[in-house]
Design a protein around this ligand. Structure first.
Ligand code: ADP
Ligand code: MG
Length: 255
């Protein structure tokens, strides 16, 4: 453990990320505290996904560090030791993408039990019971035996959420979880995400342009602009009275 406050689940410090000569994240600092919901928003290309992907080391930082659940890692060469630390860090992080990426050849239940089974997270009975509880929580108890293709996009995304929760992460990362869905299906996914916060007190980082959700659920919002956080604050302040013209213009476009 490092000496940082135990209340901090995710600490992003001085994060820079370049792809070749293109620097897309230019110094991001952000703490997410236990039980907190942070909504990240901003124009396409502003670096939101890259920051989220750095948090669980799908991408390695070029500079700066990421700390999750007391495991702090920077950029640099992936040594054997670092790969093991990344594996450890990822055990604390659940991620849900725009595309649900369920395993098409497995039932819904197997999609949810697969990772905890591989990780040996409890007995078979415990794993199956936890999966059923989670499917119940996302409103899909009756779909356990179905295959993903038989479900709607909204249902598939809710399975993806249950699957990520099955590893009992300390933080859930959502990257535009509703933007691939037909508008009539976004509500059911957002409502499940809301209950993760209100009932499970889940710590979450959510990239979304659903300002209704942000207003209702977010503790804090961070507006990304050209690889930096231009401003952050509680939704009541940030949505109602943004300080920067860039934020205002963006909000006017999405509201
Ligand atoms: P956002 O999620 O805010 O739309 P991204 O983090 O996806 O932004 O992308 C930020 C910038 O980084 C974009 O210009 C994108 O084209 C570029 N980018 C993202 N991933 C890669 C990659 N693997 N290789 C090269 N460029 C990338
Ligand atoms: Mg993105």
């Amino acid at each position: 453990m490092t000496g940082t406050s135990t209340d901090v689940v995710v600490r992003i410090e001085g994060l820079h990320k370049s792809f070749g000569h293109l620097e897309v994240v230019k110094g991001v600092d952000l703490d997410v505290h236990r039980g907190e919901v942070v909504v990240v928003f901003g124009r396409s290309g502003s670096g939101k996904s890259t920051v989220l992907r750095c948090v669980n080391f799908i991408e390695d930082p070029t500079e700066g560090s990421i700390e999750v659940a007391g495991i702090r890692l920077g950029g640099g060469h992936r040594t054997r030791r670092k790969r093991e630390q990344i594996r450890q860090l990822r055990l604390h992080v659940g991620m849900v993408f725009q595309q649900f990426n369920l395993f098409p050849n497995m039932t819904v239940l197997d999609n949810v039990t697969c990772a905890p089974r591989m990780a040996g997270k409890g007995s078979e009975t415990e794993i199956a019971q936890r999966a059923k509880d989670l499917l119940d929580r996302v409103g899909l108890a009756d779909k356990a035996r179905e295959h993903p293709a038989r479900l709607s996009g909204g249902q598939q995304q809710r399975v993806a959420i249950a699957r990520a929760l099955a590893m009992e992460p300390d933080v859930m990362l959502f990257d535009e979880p509703t933007s691939a869905l037909d508008p009539e299906l976004t509500g059911e996914v957002l409502s499940v995400m809301k209950t993760l916060s209100t009932e499970m007190h889940m710590t979450m980082m959510v990239v979304t342009h659903e300002m209704g959700f942000a207003r209702e659920v977010a503790d804090r919002m961070a507006f990304f602009h050209e690889g930096r956080i231009l401003e952050e604050g509680p939704p009541s302040e940030l949505i109602a009275s943004p300080r920067y013209a860039e934020t205002r213009a963006f909000l006017e476009a999405v509201l």
